[in-house]
Design a protein around this ligand. Structure first.
Ligand SMILES: [Zn+2]
Length: 79
């Protein structure tokens, strides 16, 4: 499962997800240095695991289409 860094103060996340937690932690340090003068933002930041599906971003719309198909079929059977 990939990792990404997030910063609540900047509302920023990694531009790309990392397979290794250490790589995402490097990005936290790099972001603190670039955006916060090397300090941790008061609002919070860190590394979190992300689900693989978000990488492709299609599972949500697939579910929606499946729901639409189901709704249409249910409507037809109801008559
Ligand atoms: Zn930040």
């Amino acid at each position: 499962m990939p990792y990404e860094y997030w910063c609540r103060q900047c509302e920023a996340v990694s531009p790309e997800q990392r397979d290794r937690r250490a790589d995402a932690e490097d990005e936290v340090i790099e972001h603190r240095r670039a955006a916060h003068g090397g300090l941790a933002p008061a609002a919070g930041d860190g590394v979190r695991r992300v689900h693989d599906e978000t990488r492709h971003g299609c599972s949500g719309s697939l579910l929606f289409i499946a729901f639409l198909v189901f709704a249409v079929l249910a409507n037809c059977w109801g008559r």
